[in-house]
Design a protein around this ligand. Structure first.
Ligand code: SAH
Length: 363
C-alpha cells in the first residue's frame, strides 16, 4: 500500500481543518484542539497533543505533518527591529520583519517569493517573481517570529513584505483566517493590514470574504505619474482603484474603517506642493489616512529620498486640507529591513516582458 503525501496542518484554517478531520471520521472540535496546539502552544509534534487519543495521534503522524519554513538568518537592528531571512525551499528565501514600538509589536510578512509587479522604486521588484507562498509558509512566518522572540507579543500583522498579496488570493485569505481565529492567533481584524498596489478585481473579491484593514500603495495623485511608478496603474487607473476602495469600505458598515494611502516620498518625483494638493483633492471623499514613507534606497536605484523639510512641507499641506497624515519612521535600515528594501533570495523565473502578461491572467 502506498501512503499519500502527508497534509501540512500548519496552513489549514478552521474550515479546512474541520474538513480534514471529518474525512478521518473525527468530530469537528478536533480542529480547534489542534489549532490551539500549533498556533498557541507552538507544538509541532503530534505525540505531545495529550487531549487527542493515542490512536488519533498515531494516525496523524502517518497522514499529516506540521511543517515550517526555516530561519536562515536572523538580524537585529540597533533600533530593535528584527529581520529574518526565511528559507522556503532549496532555492528561495523571503524576508520577515518585526518592528517593536511602545504601543504595539508589528510583524511585516511576505506573501510571494519576489514580486511580478515591477514598481520602479521597490527592491523586491528587481528580484523578479518566482512563486506564490503557500498558506503554511505565510502563517509560518508569524509562528516563527512568535517563537523566536516569545517575550514580544505580536499585536499587528501587515502584508507589506515581499509580494503582492492580492495576486496570491486563496493562500493569503486562508492565512488571514488563521491569524484572526480565536483558536489561532486571535488578532483583531483592525490590526491585520492587507497592503496592495491596486489589483482591482481581486480587491473586490477580497472585500466579499475579509474585512481587515486596507492599505493601498498610491504614490502618485495622477495617472500619468502613477503609470510610471506603479505599472499596474495602466490596467487599473486611479479612478477605478478609488471606486474599488470605496466599495471595500461600504461592505463593512459600522466598522469605522478607513483606507491608509501609502505614499513613498521620492525626491523631485512625486513630492511637490502641487502633488500634495492634488492628493488631498483626490481622496477627499473617502475616509482616509495618509502614510508618508521616506524613500528607502537600495543598490542600483536611480531615486533618492525627499528631504525632511520637503516631507514635512508635504505633510502640512495635507493636514491643512484635513487629511490625517503620518510620516512613517524609517526602521531597521541598518539591516536593509525598511520598506522596499526586502530582497530575500529569489531565483527569478520571470522575464520582464512576460511579467505583466502573467499578472493579467491571475488578476
Ligand atoms: N505589494 C504590496 C505590499 C508590499 S510593499 C503593495 O504594493 O502594497 C509595502 C510598501 O512599501 C508599499 O507601499 C511599497 O510601495 C513601499 N515601498 C516599496 N519600495 C519602497 C522604497 N524603496 N522605499 C519606501 N517604501 C517602499
Amino acid at each position: 500500500m502506498t501512503s499519500a503525501t502527508p497534509v501540512n496542518l500548519m496552513g489549514l484554517d478552521r474550515t479546512a481543518l474541520e474538513r480534514f478531520f471529518a474525512e478521518l471520521g473525527e468530530p469537528r472540535f478536533r480542529a480547534t484542539q489542534v489549532m490551539k496546539w500549533i498556533h498557541q502552544h507552538g507544538i509541532t509534534d503530534f505525540s505531545v497533543m495529550t487531549n487527542l487519543s493515542k490512536g488519533l495521534r498515531e494516525l496523524l503522524t502517518e497522514r499529516a505533518e506540521i511543517r515550517l519554513p526555516r530561519v536562515a538568518l536572523d538580524q537585529a537592528s540597533e533600533d530593535g527591529t528584527h529581520k529574518w531571512l526565511v528559507r522556503v525551499d532549496s532555492g528561495n528565501c523571503v524576508e520577515t520583519v518585526l518592528i517593536p514600538e511602545p504601543d504595539r509589536v508589528t510583524l511585516c510578512i511576505s506573501s510571494q517569493v519576489g514580486c511580478a509587479l515591477d514598481c520602479t522604486f521597490c527592491a523586491t521588484a528587481q528580484q523578479g517573481f518566482n512563486r506564490n507562498l503557500s498558506s503554511d509558509e505565510i502563517v509560518g512566518q508569524l509562528w516563527l517570529a512568535a517563537r523566536q522572540l516569545p517575550e514580544l507579543r505580536i499585536s499587528n500583522v501587515v502584508f507589506m513584505g515581499m509580494g503582492e498579496p492580492l495576486t496570491n488570493f486563496d493562500n493569503v485569505v486562508q492565512a488571514i483566517n488563521i491569524m484572526l481565529d480565536d483558536f489561532g492567533y486571535g488578532l483583531s481584524k483592525r490590526r491585520v493590514t492587507l497592503s496592495t498596489s491596486g489589483v482591482v478585481p481581486a480587491l473586490d473579491r477580497f472585500g466579499d470574504v475579509c474585512d481587515v484593514a486596507l492599505a493601498v500603495s498610491l504614490h502618485a495623485p495622477d495617472d500619468e505619474l502613477r503609470n510610471r511608478l506603479v505599472p499596474i496603474n495602466r490596467k487599473y487607473p486611479i479612478a477605478t482603484l478609488l471606486q474599488a476602495c470605496q466599495r471595500y469600505l461600504d461592505k463593512q458598515p459600522g466598522n469605522r474603517q478607513r483606507v491608509t494611502w501609502e505614499y513613498v516620498m521620492i525626491d523631485g518625483v512625486n513630492d511637490s506642493d502641487q502633488h500634495a494638493r492634488a492628493l488631498a483633492r483626490l481622496i477627499r471623499n473617502i475616509p482616509s489616512k495618509v502614510n508618508l514613507i521616506p524613500f528607502n534606497p537600495f543598490p542600483g536605484t536611480r531615486f533618492a529620498r525627499s528631504s525632511a523639510e520637503r516631507i514635512s512641507g508635504f505633510r502640512d499641506i495635507l493636514m491643512a486640507a484635513g487629511v490625517v497624515t503620518i510620516t512613517r519612521r524609517t526602521r531597521g535600515d541598518d539591516i536593509d529591513a525598511a520598506c522596499g528594501q526586502l530582497a530575500g533570495e529569489v531565483q527569478d523565473r520571470s522575464r520582464r516582458p512576460v511579467r505583466m502578461a502573467r499578472l493579467q491572467v491571475s488578476a
